[in-house]
Design a protein around this ligand. Structure first.
Ligand code: IVH
Length: 708
């Protein structure tokens, strides 16, 4: 075929050709790496890659997320390429008791404004204990498979997913764009056989089928994944060019008809009673299923209702995961150690005689706080019948899902004669500063601040964590080692960014002779640090590790202030408890006085502020842009709802407004653009009138945002 010179290509032609090239190069990679059956000469292959690179150089904006130039044999030589999910991959909120399930049904009804009698169907299906995967089909062909990652960005594991027999490569009669989501898992029998092979080959066996599945999917060499017996159940979807069906149940049936495995134990239930009956049925059959499940997932069946219910920051409102009770085991408590956290909290940790709980060996468990050890809850009421926990005791431990093991109970009959009540330290075991408990706080905290090495290290670990700076090659283990190494001297976040420059002549020398570091890994680390000098505002705010400011709160602050300069200026000017900056901070829905005080304090405490300033000097902070449709008549506007809404609940109105790019505030101020007032609106309407803020009723609001 005659090829047009790259300079003569129109944008549309370039786009089409890049798509073709991605497909052809992908196919060649698969033939070569995965199937061991090359289908073109090396020279032809190189020519395709060069052509691809040349088109990308001329049209950088057209570069595809799955661009072959980012890949070596389907995966980055040094890990997997990142893929941004077009629709976020979320997790599920958990329910543990019958009441939690009834509460879930109640919450959904309340949000939708349904009475207790109105019909509300839900599906129920096993919660598979594996790892989630998103499969993207375009024109009926599998073009991409991505792990969940942080929900926004996952890893491109397309080549590996193609080796899984349950995953169809092509689909007949599928929507043009179809993202199928589900769980990759390993069956018990396959897991046992794999571990036998591992042992025979003197390789480490896997702790459980989930670890085996994760380890197998995330292999850089797809040939290894192919040799591992992975399976896949489809249970959800992401982007779609057309709807699959009108109900969850019908959508799952459609996925099954397209050739996916769907779980045969999926049931339609007409209320909490039916859900709970099904839950117990599944629990009884659990051991005989042949694969691990850790609960039952309930989902609102009507997809129109699912759309109305929408999402909280990380979980849908229309689903919940009812977990099976944790497994329990008895063991000996050999010691109680105190760990000092990022905010100075002294956390007691139980050191246990190792014991297997739910297939995993447990040797540590959390003891929460001093009240918990003494047999009291935070209000001073007795727990465990008032039994305290002593070193030498036999204690019952449990694990629920991925969480840290906990101590549930003590066997007084086995308490050794000499056991004495545990005395909780009144000073920090790491820096010797006084450790105090504030009024109403169940936690005792070290008052050493940044002089406490334990707090400093924990802050650094938080700083490099996944939702914060997420610097490749610089995890908790490395920052701990670097903190303690006088030549590297990474004592605070800014030090990470001066590491290379501090020994400008030979920055690599510092690292590369250390244990576990070579020229390549050191070079990669410096490159990863450089890449992170540009950081989105929400990540930076979260990374500061301010008490009470988690990921969701950091995102709220970032979208409210927009830029680092605006945020920093506002916090510098702010006073706790009064003033325009304080009012503005509290006008953010989701920010209360406790969080506001904590943020302002961080910017006013001299040592802490100096550390923040030193860090900021090295960074370019990206303004935060919202996901979702921001081209709407209310995008960027600050809206307040007041009075009774008749066509939807307050929660739904707020979520809808936010999805359209509006800010929803709790009180009227000069910054308010619009007050939506239902019947019974009182002081807010008066204040709006006084400030000249536009006031409309619910119907006008619905008309404004496009009805329905
Ligand atoms: S639905 C928008 N259904 O559980 C939520 N998830 O704890 C889509 N999981 O990340 C998830 N079995 O990896 C759904 N039948 C099932 C599931 C399931 C397992 C996993 C999934 C999710 C995690 C949340």
């Amino acid at each position: 075929m005659q090829q047009k010179p790259v300079e003569d290509l129109t944008e549309a032609e370039a786009k089409a050709e890049l798509a073709q090239l991605a497909e052809r190069i992908g196919r060649a990679n698969r033939a070569y790496h995965t199937l061991d059956a090359p289908e073109m000469s090396d020279a032809d292959y190189d020519a395709l890659k060069l052509r691809n690179a040349a088109i990308e150089a001329r049209f950088p904006a057209l570069k595809r997320p799955d661009s072959p130039s980012d890949q070596v044999g389907g995966a980055l030589a040094d890990g997997f390429a990142k893929v941004r999910h077009s629709v976020r991959m979320l997790s599920l909120e958990n329910a543990f008791s019958d009441t939690d399930v009834e509460d879930f049904d109640d919450r959904v009804r309340k949000y939708l404004g349904l009475s207790a009698q109105a019909p509300l169907m839900m599906t129920a299906e096993p919660k598979i204990d594996g790892l989630s995967l998103s499969l993207r089909y375009e024109g009926g062909r599998l073009v991409q498979a991505a792990t969940r990652g942080d929900g926004e960005e996952g890893e491109n594991v397309t080549e590996n997913a193609r080796t899984i027999a349950d995953i169809p490569q092509t689909l007949a009669h599928a929507p043009d764009v179809l993202e199928v989501r589900g769980e990759v898992y390993m069956a018990h029998a396959d897991f046992a056989a794999l571990n036998e092979r591992q042992l025979a080959a003197k390789d480490k066996p896997f702790a459980n089928p989930r670890n085996a599945a994760a380890g197998s999917l995330r292999q850089l060499d797809p040939a290894i994944t192919r040799a591992r017996p992975l399976r896949f159940f489809a249970y959800a979807w992401g982007e779609l060019s057309e709807p699959l069906a009108e109900t969850q149940m019908a959508a799952i049936e459609r996925l099954a008809a397209l050739g996916f495995q769907t779980n045969p134990l999926t049931r339609l239930c007409d209320g909490p009673k039916a859900l709970l009956a099904f839950y117990h049925e599944v629990e009884e059959r659990r051991a005989a299923l042949g694969y691990d499940i850790d609960g039952v997932v309930y989902k609102v069946n009507d997809l129109a209702l699912q759309r109305r219910l929408g999402f909280r920051s990380t979980t849908p409102r229309w689903a919940t995961a009812h977990k099976f009770p944790a497994e329990l085991a008895w063991t000996e408590l050999q010691a109680i150690d105190i760990q000092v956290g990022r905010t100075g909290a002294l956390s007691p940790v139980a050191r246990l005689l190792p014991v297997t709980v739910g297939g995993v060996v447990v040797s540590n468990a959390t003891l929460h706080n001093e009240d918990y050890i003494a047999g009291r809850d935070s209000r001073g009421n007795t727990i465990r019948g008032g039994k305290d926990i002593r070193v030498g005791d036999w204690v019952q431990v449990y694990r629920a899902g991925d969480v840290i093991p906990k101590v549930a109970d003590v066997d007084l009959a086995r308490r050794p004669g000499g056991a004495v009540p545990y005395v909780f330290p009144q000073t920090c075991p790491e820096c010797g500063s006084e450790a105090i408990r504030e009024e109403g706080d169940s936690v005792r905290r070290c008052t050493g601040g940044l002089i406490c090495p334990a707090q400093a290290v924990e802050r650094l670990k938080h700083f490099v964590s996944r939702a914060a700076f997420d610097i490749e090659g610089l995890g908790a283990k490395q920052v701990e080692a670097f903190f303690n190494d006088p030549t590297l001297a990474i004592r605070e976040p800014a030090d990470i960014f001066t590491l290379a420059a501090r020994d400008a002549a030979n920055p690599l020398a510092k690292l590369k002779n250390r244990d576990g570091w070579g020229e390549k890994s050191a070079t990669n680390l410096f490159a990863a640090i450089e890449a992170r000098r540009t950081i989105p505002l929400n990540r930076l705010i979260f990374a500061l590790g301010i008490r009470h400011v988690g990921e969701a709160a950091a995102a709220l602050l970032a979208t409210h202030y927009g830029t680092w300069e605006a945020f920093e200026a506002a916090m510098t000017a702010a006073q706790i408890g009064a003033g325009p900056e304080w009012d503005d901070l509290l006008s953010i829905d989701g920010v209360g006085a406790v969080m506001a005080t904590s943020v302002i304090t961080a910017f006013h405490q001299p040592a802490e502020r100096a550390s923040i300033d030193r860090l900021a000097a090295h960074l370019t902070v990206e303004q935060v842009t919202r996901r979702g449709p921001v081209e709407s008549p209310v995008a960027g506007k600050t809206v307040v709802f007041t009075g009774t809404l008749e066509r939807m609940t307050r929660a739904e109105a707020k979520a809808r407004a936010e999805a359209l790019g509006a800010k929803v505030a709790g009180s009227v101020s000069a910054k308010t653009d619009l007050l939506v007032a239902g019947p019974g609106a009182g002081s807010k309407a008066a204040k709006a009138a006084e400030l000249g803020v536009e006031v409309i009723d619910e119907d006008a609001w619905l008309a404004l945002i496009g009805g329905a």
